[in-house]
Write a protein that binds this ligand. Structure first.
Ligand SMILES: Cc1cc2nc3c(=O)[nH]c(=O)nc-3n(C[C@H](O)[C@H](O)[C@H](O)COP(=O)(O)O)c2cc1C
Length: 182
């Protein structure tokens, strides 16, 4: 896929199945992630990959977080199965550092760019992906279960796999709709 087509047709794929990205595809996706703008080169991110048994482990983290919040049994069960909506989930974490020139927001933005870059890379490879968050991204029990600091922020669960159906490319709006000139 050429770059222009990618930029104008990227879209999310909610329904995903095996196979997951191969190791070679995953390397491409991760290398794309770290190609993004990054003020002062802080690399303020971590990518936690769950595949196979890792999806069960991530499910256990989410269900424990649901238990900690006092959720009912049905939701606890649901939480444990959430990661299995794709054969691979990459949890993207902003690793926030105190820095004189780079405020927290810029570090979150860099990690967000990395998340988008991974989705675009997956799309360019003919794979599908969707960026999800939900309450679990903002839950201290999830940080604890993932072994990340309280100051770290989960900014997304990037579900990646093979599209179940061939998606209709959604219509393109005009970027001009969101412009004003000074
Ligand atoms: C930071 C962020 C968090 C998101 N969280 C969710 C989510 O929890 N669940 C969901 O269905 N979509 C979520 N989305 C939206 C999807 O990733 C996707 O963009 C949306 O379904 C529109 O599809 P499109 O990317 O093809 O335009 C989120 C997007 C962003 C940028």
């Amino acid at each position: 896929m050429d770059a222009k087509t990618l930029l104008l047709t990227r879209q999310s794929t909610p329904r995903l199945a095996a196979p997951a990205p191969t190791q070679e595809q995953l390397d491409f996706i991760l290398d794309a992630a770290i190609r993004v703008p990054d003020h002062c080169g802080l690399t303020p991110w971590e990518f936690i990959i769950a595949e196979g048994e890792g999806l069960d482990k991530l499910g256990a983290v989410l269900s424990q977080a649901a238990i900690d919040k006092g959720a009912d049994q049905a939701f606890i069960e649901k939480a444990s199965k959430m990661p299995h909506r794709a054969p691979m989930v990459i949890t993207v974490v902003s690793k926030i550092q105190s820095h004189p020139k780079v405020p927290e927001l810029e570090q979150h933005l860099a990690a967000g760019c990395a998340t988008l870059a991974m989705q675009q890379a997956a799309f360019a490879l003919g794979l599908g992906a969707i960026w999800r968050t939900g309450d679990f991204a903002f839950n201290p029990s999830v940080n604890k279960g993932l072994g990340i600091a309280d100051t770290d922020q989960v900014i997304g669960f990037l579900y990646i796999g093979t599209p179940v159906t061939s998606a209709n490319i959604k219509p393109q709006k005009s970027g001009r709709e969101f412009v004003r000139h000074l």
